[in-house]
Design a protein around this ligand. Structure first.
Ligand code: NAD
Length: 424
């Protein structure tokens, strides 16, 4: 898995501070007891692990990883594993909290978690990645289990890494435990439709947003930042709906094609060359410039903290559909709202992934598998229902869509917490 893509350098507002600010903005609208609000603002459990990995040249490198459970009130915790150089405890905390709200909003019987290892997977060989994954899986297996905490892929991880994770966990127990992770290959208990699920949810969210805003959908211009699992699938499914994809980027930079790009052809180019750069008949743009291209839909699908107080006034779109988690900072939210730009928040827009992960887990536990058609239909129903619920609440309470989504989710978790009672 060695590629020529350079490691990223990122502007970084603290994602944990941003997640907390968003939480408190929503909590201000909910009559929460003081202690309950305080409890929900903290992660329930945090594990930090430092471990050695044998490299191909015989040397030993030490890596740091994390697994954070934000809340297990609604059920076992669920959330992805990220391999990226900027992974740290605050990033993992923020992503774990977002998972709690996302699962609550989608009515999935899960709490929120996240994990990650500070590393650059592009600089590791396949063998080194396998060693790192198996050791990290072993280290965090003290708090991971199919009925307690179920990881999934995120930035820098994929179905192969989930396969190594599942195999490692299974070896320790002496029998196969497919339900311990989701996003696995179909051959070992993965689900039809999971690979495309997050991007499909983004497409559904964009379509519903166009409907709510009474805007035409087909023909509208779309810019996608990040061309991995989420960005690439969202791009080709939006293209299939008749949208015109005018800009795409990855960590190496972006391409602008005002006449429209075929995302599947760009994908083939990425498979051959390792990046979107140099795709024929396009102009090279930086990631900063890409976010400012004129379009009707902007889909950030890379990392958090991309739309900030610095560039929010230069964003030229009508609707932002947050494929990524936390791409817009709270300051940027305010600037964009003042400018009339609508945001479909991450916990709604990218919830297709965890929704189909839930389907995968249910199928694994029952050893009974569904057709892709059935999965896509269920996903469509859940996404549309959640979307309409958020828009209705936003109207009723006169708040932004993000605040409405968070109010709904936080309230569900708080209600469940009070119903269960405070132990002892
Ligand atoms: P991925 O690793 O498959 O792809 C990430 C993409 O972003 C790559 O194209 C990479 O080159 C690009 N990228 C990385 N750093 C960048 C930068 N600084 N500027 C521009 N591009 C950059 O990851 P993914 O699974 O597609 O996840 C993307 C986002 O979506 C993350 O925020 C993740 O948390 C979120 N998300 C993923 C899922 C899922 O199912 N995979 C579900 C919900 C949310």
């Amino acid at each position: 898995m060695k590629t020529s893509v350079a490691p990223a350098v990122h502007p970084k507002d603290d994602p944990w501070e941003a997640a907390l600010q968003q939480f408190h903005r929503a909590a201000d609208h909910i009559p929460l007891k003081r202690g309950i609000r305080e409890y929900l603002a903290f992660p329930h459990r945090e594990l930090r692990v430092t471990f050695p990995v044998q490299m191909d040249d015989g040397s030993v490198r030490v890596f740091t990883g994390y697994r954070v459970h934000h809340s297990s009130v609604l059920g076992p915790t669920k959330g992805g594993i990220r391999y990226n150089p900027r992974v740290d405890l605050n990033e993992v905390r923020a992503l774990a909290m977002l998972m709690s709200w996302k699962c609550a909003l989608m009515h999935l019987p899960y709490g929120g978690a996240k994990g990650g290892v500070a590393c650059d997977p592009a600089q590791l060989s396949r063998t080194e990645l396998e060693h790192l994954t198996r050791r990290y899986a072993t280290e965090i297996s003290v708090i991971v289990r199919p009925d307690g905490d179920i990881p999934a892929p995120d930035v820098g991880t994929n179905d192969q890494i989930m396969a190594w994770f599942m195999d490692t966990y299974s070896m320790h127990l002496g029998h196969s435990v497919p339900a311990v992770v989701t996003g696995k290959p179909i051959s070992i208990g993965g689900s039809a439709g999971r690979r495309e699920a997050t991007g499909r949810g983004v497409m559904i969210a964009a379509r519903e947003a166009a409907r709510m805003q009474e805007m035409p959908f087909a023909g509208s211009r779309v810019v996608v930042q990040g061309f991995g699992n989420v960005g690439s699938v969202a791009a080709y499914l939006l293209h299939d709906q008749g949208c015109k994809i005018v800009g795409i980027s990855d960590v190496s930079g972006g391409i602008h094609g005002p006449n429209g790009l075929d995302p599947r052809a760009v994908l083939r180019h990425v498979q051959q060359t390792g990046s979107v750069a140099g795709f024929p008949s396009t102009t090279a743009v930086s990631n900063t410039e890409l976010l400012e291209l004129p379009c009707e839909f902007l889909v950030p699908a890379a990392l958090e903290g991309q739309i900030t107080r610095e560039n929010a006034s230069r964003i030229h779109t009508k609707i932002i559909v947050e494929g990524a988690n936390g791409p817009t900072t709270p300051e940027a939210d305010e600037i964009l709202a003042d400018r009339g730009i609508v945001i479909v928040p991450d916990i709604l827009a990218n919830a297709g992934g965890v929704t189909v992960s839930y389907f995968e887990w249910v199928q694994d536990l029952q050893s009974l598998f569904w057709s892709e058609e059935e999965i896509n239909q269920r996903l469509e129903r859940i996404m549309v229902q959640a979307f309409r619920g958020v828009v209705q609440l936003a109207r009723d309470q006169d708040v932004l869509w993000r605040t409405a989504a968070l109010i709904y989710a936080v309230k569900r978790v708080a209600d469940a917490l009070l119903t269960r009672g405070i132990y002892p």
